[in-house]
Design a protein. Structure first.
Length: 85
């Protein structure tokens, strides 16, 4: 059994691309920020598009990350440590 994790973390800026599901053609190419991404709903990622207030939900294949958030300092320090046996 694998441990699921969100494909795109919250706070990441994304661009909408054409995916396997039908969508409004006016959405393709727009940008926004991921506001809802959990391991419980892996196929629904909530994105607030620029100029809008309400989130829209997309499949991970329909989103292209453009700018990811930097890791917190404690996570960056942990990556530099040696793995424990």
């Amino acid at each position: 059994m694998a441990i699921p994790f969100p494909v795109i973390s919250e706070g990441t800026r994304v661009k909408i691309v054409q995916g396997p599901f039908p969508q409004d053609p006016a959405l393709t190419g727009r940008t926004g920020v991921v506001v809802a991404s959990t391991e419980y709903s892996m196929n629904n990622i909530g994105v607030v598009l620029d100029g809008e207030n309400a989130p829209r939900f997309f499949a991970p294949q329909e989103l292209e990350p453009t700018q990811a958030l930097a890791l917190p300092p404690e996570r960056q320090a942990a990556k530099r440590l040696r793995a424990l046996p």
